[in-house]
Write a protein that binds this ligand. Structure first.
Ligand SMILES: [Zn+2]
Ligand SMILES: [Zn+2]
Length: 550
């Protein structure tokens, strides 16, 4: 059988986050990105989510290399989980590599992983794949897209991109390279869909500078800017504003401090000596002399911004005349938590500035017109929208049809759906697992859907514990104890719990004398109580009955 090129999306297709794509040709494979996704607010107790990359592990001897397109968490955050189990060289640009080093050092994998620095413009042979890296603008410097020449044809992977003519680092997307690919004939384009439902053109990062100037000019006291720890370009812009307005800058939060240190060391963050000062020093300066940068833009309660909004941050608290700037947009699903944080910050007396009140954030992703331009530059035969929820992928497909690609040459696929290329034709074939792996504390994947459902039930309706005392013959002795948490306000429920005790007695009498002993009694009581509470309150608490022989 002739070998085929198989593209296997394992994450990021059908969702925002945990990007991962496998390129497979015969006995060789190449992995692109290893990202994480932050949990939505209904995923209780989950720290983060990584792709289900079982398929990669089953085929780990095939993996010739791992490319990380840029340093954002949704492309790097699963790297330690992959590198614990897969032995293949990693390729990344200098800044991305630096940020990966920070992660691998934390996971004590630093010595075991072979990290290879590549630069935009380089070409590297990885197994049967000739990979050309081209520069793309994004909200972090040193991002790349990929031109991958495979035995089946040339595939262009956009990475995360936008077409910014005035980016912070002065380095626009490599249009010439994209046009050059089209001259060679591109079999398929895989393109970032994050902003497919945004018309027009994503504003340049340059619009943020005057917005920050306004904030810095008008702020009567301290300025706190919250953004993602990996948004190096934004840290640069805040530092520039601090210099222009005579403020010192402090970075708070381990990940942001580490990332900034690495970016400075590698020359991707240039700040005059003495501008960045330690936090304790910044806190002693006059309020109008400092800007504090921190994380927590997604309303995470455990983040510094989340703690400040609730007055329980250890190192410092909000003070009068503080201006808080949220330099980010909520990731879909986080809107509610972000708005709650903003409301709390306002209640605590802070001035709060966020987009759309002022353009203090622009997206790092292309909007519809940029997507069209990319398709025109690359002129692919086939088109596959990547990086986005289903609505983004479908909209991106509509955009591709709008610019003239035939509908039958566009495939909207989600995680786990395999695309095959053979004889210049693309088709969707098998489906493999492409779901969530929950990371909870140090546990990876031991939290399954059952545990998540139980946590949901507990969070929604609480639990009830019933203690039954029985004699040796299995006959109920006295009234059972009922204890509940998170279910009803017990003092108001005396009457209902008394009725529940009667239901238990009735159920126990029915079981009495039957052969299946305490298990039968326990199950019958649990069921009777569940039915009773549902009839009373239309709620289903978790019910645990314990049978003790007296
Ligand atoms: Zn990104
Ligand atoms: Zn991304």
């Amino acid at each position: 059988m002739a070998k085929k090129l198989r593209l296997i999306p394992l994450g990021g297709l059908g969702e925002i986050g945990k990007n991962m794509m496998l390129f497979e040709y015969g006995d060789d494979a190449l992995l692109v990105d290893a990202g994480l996704m932050f949990p939505e607010n209904d995923m209780l107790g989950i720290d983060y989510i990584i792709p289900d990359f079982r398929y990669v592990l089953e085929n780990k001897d095939k993996v010739r290399g791992i490319i990380i397109t840029h340093g954002h968490e949704d492309h790097t955050g699963a790297i330690k989980h992959v590198m614990q189990q897969v032995n293949a060289p990693v390729y990344a640009t200098p800044l991305t590599r630096g940020l990966l080093e920070v992660k691998l050092r934390d996971a004590k994998l630093h010595d075991r992983v072979s990290l290879n620095t590549i630069n935009a413009g380089d070409q590297v042979a990885i197994g049967p794949f000739a990979v050309e890296f081209f520069h793309v603008c994004h909200s972090i410097p040193d991002g790349v897209g990929l031109g991958i020449t495979t035995p089946a044809g040339l595939i262009v992977h956009s990475g995360d991109f936008k077409f910014d003519h005035t980016p912070v680092d002065g380095w626009p997307t490599d249009y010439a390279k994209l046009a050059e690919f089209s001259g060679r004939g591109v079999l398929a384009l895989l393109s970032d869909s994050t902003n497919a439902d945004k018309a027009g053109w994503t504003p340049s990062e340059a619009v943020i500078d005057p917005a920050f100037d306004d904030v810095f000019r008008q702020a009567p006291g301290r300025i706190l800017v919250a953004t993602f720890a990996s948004l190096i370009s934004r840290i640069q812009q805040v530092a520039n504003a601090a210099v222009r307005h005579g403020r010192k800058m402090a970075l708070v939060g381990t990940s942001m401090v580490e990332n900034a240190k690495m970016a400075q060391k590698l020359g991707y963050l240039t700040v005059p000596e003495g501008t960045i000062i330690p936090t304790d020093e910044a806190l002693r300066l006059g309020p109008s002399k400092v800007v504090i940068m921190t994380t927590g833009t997604q309303g995470e309660p455990s983040s510094i911004l989340g703690r400040l909004s609730e007055g329980r941050n250890r190192q410092f608290d909000l003070i009068a005349n503080d201006t808080v700037v949220l330099s980010s947009h909520p990731i879909p699903g986080n809107e509610e938590m972000v708005h709650r944080t903003i409301n709390k910050l306002l209640q605590r007396g802070a001035r709060v500035i966020y987009d759309p009140i002022a353009p203090v954030h622009v997206s790092g992703h292309a909007s519809a017109e940029e997507m069209k331009l990319l398709i025109h530059l690359v002129k692919p035969k086939y088109f596959v929208p990547i990086h986005g929820e289903r609505r983004h992928l479908n909209q991106h497909a509509a955009i591709a049809r709008e610019v003239g690609l035939p509908a039958e040459n566009i495939s909207v696929v989600e995680n786990g759906m395999i695309l095959e290329f053979e004889d210049g034709k693309m088709r969707v074939t098998d489906r493999i697992p492409g779901g969530y792996v929950y990371v909870d504390g140090s546990g990876v994947g031991d939290i399954g859907p059952t545990v998540m459902r139980e946590r949901e039930a507990l969070a929604q309706d609480g639990f009830v514990i019933v203690n039954l005392r029985v004699n040796a013959a299995g006959k109920l002795l006295g009234k059972p104890d009922i204890i509940s948490r998170g279910f009803v306000f017990v003092r108001d429920a005396d009457e209902m719990f008394a009725a529940a005790q009667e239901q238990i007695a009735l159920a126990a009498a029915r079981v009495n004398g039957s052969s299946n002993g305490t298990t039968g009694l326990r199950d019958t009581v649990q069921k009777a109580l569940a039915d009773f509470f549902y009839a009373e309150l239309k709620r289903r608490p978790m019910i645990f009955a314990f049978v003790n022989e007296a």
